[in-house]
Every structure is written in C-alpha cells, then in structure tokens.
Design a protein around this ligand. Structure first.
Ligand SMILES: [Zn+2]
Length: 338
C-alpha cells in the first residue's frame, strides 16, 4: 500500500511544480482536496474494499498524505502572495501625490454655536445643555406664561401631550439655572428650538437660539447693556453700535428689543436694513420678579437680566445668505463654502 502512497506523493509534486498563478493553485487544491471529488477522498472511499487488517495502516498513510498536501499547498500560496506583494511594492511611485481624503467639517451653525458659547465661557458663564423635549412648566409656566396666556399663541408649539412639548425657545435655561445654582448665576444655553412655522426663505420649523441669564445682587439694565455690547461687538464687528427699544416679553420687566447698526452699510441705509441703518437682533430685559420667585430666588435681594437671540439669523447676516433653508438642506456645495 505504501507504494501507491509514494506514487500519489510524486504525482502531487509534479502538479505543484506546475503552479504559476492563483488560478492554477486553486485548480490543484481542488484536484487533491475537494471534499467530494478530490483524489484523497477518492482514495479514502477505497477503504471499505480493503481487508479489515489493512484498513488502519491505509487510513493512516492517507491522513499523512493529506497533511503533506495541505502543508505544501499552504507554503506555495504564501510564497506566491509574498512575491505578488514584492512586485507591487516595486511599482509604488513615491513621487505621486496622495489620494485626497474628503474630510468633513463642522456645520456653520454648529461652529457659530461653539463660538458663542466660548465667548460666554471666557466671561465665566456656565453652559447648560438642555433637553429639546421640554415640560410645559419650564417652557411656559415658570416663565410667567400660565395656561391661556396670549403670549403662548405667538409661539405655535409642537405638543406631545398636555405636559410635553418641543421647546419653543432656549429661555427655559433661566428656570433650570435658577433651580440648580444659587446666585450669583451666569448661565448660557444654545440649541435647537421648534415652532410650527412654514419652511420658507425666512422661516424654519426648527432653528437655533442662544439664551443668557445673569442673577446677582444689584444687577441693573446698565449691566445688561454693557454685556450685550461686549458680546455683539465680538460676534459682529468691534465698530458696531447698539440701541435698545422698549419691547415686551412675559418673562422680563422691563423688556427691550435690541438693534445693531447695519453691518452692511454701517448705518447709511441699504436694502438689508430697509434703509433704516439698524437691524433688529435680539430680545432682552430684566428678569420678571415673578420668574425669580417661582424658581425660588429672593427677588427683594436679587435681580437679573436675560436675553435670547436667534443663531441662524446671525449666521444669515454674517455670511450674507438670503435663504435660511440653505443651512438645513445640507447641500455639500453650500456647506463647503464655510
Ligand atoms: Zn444697511
């Protein structure tokens, strides 16, 4: 029996010597090792025809042959792969420019959010990261807008149920900050807000806001004005001017609308500022004593100011974009420009 094993071994060596490429290698492997039709399987099938006493020796010699075939095929394949790699290495042109990777960048609104937060961090503020799904209490009730308050109508709200809603502004930071900190409080929060607005050039049902709260002893309108001036000059331009007009928001008293001198015509009058020289930019005011009291702050000892601003509007003005939708349609051709 060992004679025939030797013969098979020689046959296999001859096959092996003819392998020149991977296809040939696969063909030889299948010829010898295929589970159903391979030569070794064919030999094993003869086992039953043999006299009982010869079977163990035959089986063993076939197993040895199988190991030998597998081992040699493995070595041959490894050699072939190494040669192919060497060959491809010789063809690397190190002077060729590399393949460019398309690196993503932060969205312009995200960058502006971070820029604004950094300004406040540098002023010693605590940044609040607040939920977009908010309780009625934080969004309205504690901000002096009880149920049926007309101001609620101005902010067409997405409700989940009686109590849960998509926040309509970031002003809820006032309540969260006063509940979790003791005065002096310097808090800021930026993020997405939602209103049932149409989706057109100047409206979006989702947009971004920044809201700020400062509470301490002896805080006055002068402090509000001073901080706004520092902030707006850093965001827009050191030369811009600012003015406050009376305005109404239920959670502040007194309230103010804040304008900046037009950043396009520097006050001379243009299409963007409708020839007025001013651009309305945010709403502000002294925190309503009722709002302080509802969040457990002693309004006889402390006072504070708060203001909120649309971030998208700032981005539109800074970059001269005329359609808010461009920021949210995520066309890479648009976003790439920032
Ligand atoms: Zn102008």
């Amino acid at each position: 029996m060992s004679g025939s094993t030797e013969e098979l071994r020689r046959d296999f060596e001859q096959d092996l010597a003819q392998i020149e490429n991977l296809d040939a290698w696969k063909r030889i492997r299948d010829r010898w090792l295929a589970r159903e039709s391979g030569i070794i399987t064919g030999q094993m099938k003869r086992l039953r025809e043999l006299p009982k006493e010869e079977r163990p020796a035959f089986g063993q010699s076939m197993n040895l042959l199988r190991e030998f075939v597998e081992d040699r095929l493995g070595t041959t394949r490894a050699v072939m792969e190494r040669e192919a790699l060497e060959k491809s290495r010789r063809h690397i042109d190190v002077t060729r420019p590399g393949f460019p990777y398309a690196l993503g960048t932060l969205h312009p609104i995200t960058r502006l959010r971070q820029e604004i937060e950094l300004i406040f961090v540098s002023l010693g503020f605590t940044v609040f990261d607040l939920p977009e799904v908010e309780q009625d209490y934080y969004n309205f009730e504690a901000l002096n807008m009880p149920k049926n308050h007309p101001a609620r109508d101005a902010q067409d709200t997405f409700y989940f149920d009686e109590n849960l809603l998509l926040r309509t502004h970031c002003s809820s930071v006032q309540v969260h900050a006063m509940q979790s900190m003791k005065p002096p409080i310097r808090a800021v929060s930026t993020g997405k807000v939602y209103r049932r607005d149409p989706f057109d050039a100047t409206h979006s049902p989702m947009f971004h806001q920044v809201d700020v709260l400062v509470v301490d002893e002896g805080i006055t309108m002068g402090d509000l004005k001073g901080m706004l001036e520092v902030f707006l000059k850093r965001v827009f331009h050191p030369d811009i001017r600012m003015r406050l007009r009376p305005g109404f928001f239920p959670f502040v008293e007194p309230g103010a609308e804040v304008d900046i001198s037009c950043i396009f015509c520097f006050g001379a009058g243009c299409r963007i500022c409708k020839e007025s020289g001013w651009i309305e930019i945010l709403g502000a005011g002294m925190v309503h004593p009722k709002v302080l009291r509802m969040s457990g702050v002693d309004d006889t000892r402390y006072s504070g100011f708060a203001w909120g601003m649309g971030i998208d509007r700032v981005a539109i003005l800074k970059h001269g974009v005329d359609d808010i939708r461009l920021f949210f349609e995520n066309d890479v051709r648009f976003l790439k420009q920032f």
